[in-house]
Ligand binder design. Structure first.
Ligand code: NAP
Length: 302
């Protein structure tokens, strides 16, 4: 007997992010016309990590495309905490700057938590300041970390109400895993958080209606870890060798194999990555509106 196998819906994060970018650009235009203000995003890069260089360039390019001002600040890898703090204090006080992002990772000799804690919480568009972390965790209005916010938007677009669904988040970092779990809980999912000490990970994952992989291990999630019909969101970005001295990007999910089981899945690249930058632009616009005491134009937060 012939059986037909349906492939998972490929979630197009690139197209969705382009839509958000367009909305943000329109709102930025209105803001300039009505209030004479242009939102500004400052990005601080310490050192010359090649991946960070690419991220910072992309962020600056898209900030400018959305009609915002982009301020790039580069410090030597040897920069001390005092020098970075002084730069942040200047940006906190600068009225042209509505959002501040310190590109991670910082060099090992720098206390990243202290640096993130020095950012004015009202300009903390990455949502990593302890005040925004606490507000997010307690379900209050906050600047929410961009990557989990982007994942949530994709899930809402696909499913609408997420109430009652079992979400499994693999990874418990402060940047992705923990805030992702908070946002899903706030959306009335039943949430399981897995990490490197979790036992029977494939079994845990097979119970998920929504599976989020934020691990940093190339193609770790296999097809037999996925419940048929589940939605799989791949946050991972891993560069692997592709022969002849070339490299390519893959996620934490074996996308080709998982697509034969899942109901929907995000590819890498073109899934979560573009959503992160779109949410960064939206957070910057919102921070600007709040600083002016005017209604927020593109509030994406739940
Ligand atoms: P991270 O800080 O290194 O955290 C990784 C998490 O995965 C940790 O909680 C770790 O557990 C867990 N883990 C590691 N190995 C595991 C295993 N074998 N089984 C189960 N759990 C395991 O990484 P991150 O910053 O959250 O980033 C995760 C991935 O997302 C990376 O590939 C990163 O490049 C990518 N990323 C993408 C975007 C985007 O815009 N798309 C944004 C941010 C990050 P323990 O806590 O027990 O160590």
């Amino acid at each position: 007997m012939l059986t037909t196998r349906t492939m998972a819906h490929r979630i197009d994060g690139k197209a969705f992010a382009a839509g958000i970018g367009g909305e943000v650009a329109k709102a930025v235009h209105r803001l300039r016309q009505e209030y004479g203000v242009t939102p500004g995003l400052a990005v601080v890069l310490v050192g010359n990590d090649p991946a960070s260089e690419v991220y910072v360039r992309n962020k600056a390019r898209q900030t400018v495309s959305a009609g915002m001002q982009s301020f790039e600040h580069r410090l030597e890898a040897s920069a001390g905490e005092g020098e970075i703090r002084a730069l942040i204090a200047g940006l906190n006080a600068d009225e042209r700057v509505h959002g501040i992002l310190v590109q991670l990772p910082l060099p090992a000799h720098v206390d990243a938590e202290a640096i993130l804690g020095a950012i004015d919480p009202a300009k903390d568009v990455d949502g990593f300041h302890p005040l925004n972390v606490g507000l997010t965790a307690s379900g209050q209005k906050a600047l929410v970390p961009c990557t989990p916010l982007g994942c949530l938007m994709l899930l809402r677009d696909l499913h609408g109400d997420l109430s009652g669904r079992h979400a499994v988040v693999i990874g418990r970092s402060n940047i992705v895993g923990k805030p992702m779990a908070q946002l899903l809980l706030r959306s009335n999912c039943t949430v399981t958080i897995a990490h490197s000490r979790s036992e029977n990970l494939p079994d845990l994952c097979r119970r998920a209606d929504i599976l989020i992989a934020a691990v940093g291990r190339p193609e770790m999630v296999k097809a037999d870890w996925v419940k048929p019909g589940a939605t799989v969101i791949d946050v991972g970005i891993n560069r692997i060798a592709a022969g002849e001295g070339k490299t390519r990007l893959v996620g934490d999910v074996d996308f080709a194999a998982v697509s034969e089981v899942a109901g929907a899945a995000t590819p890498v690249p073109g899934g979560v990555g573009p959503m992160t930058i779109a949410c960064l632009l939206a957070n910057t616009l919102n921070a600007c509106c709040r600083s002016l005491g005017i209604p927020v134009n593109a509030d994406l937060t739940p």
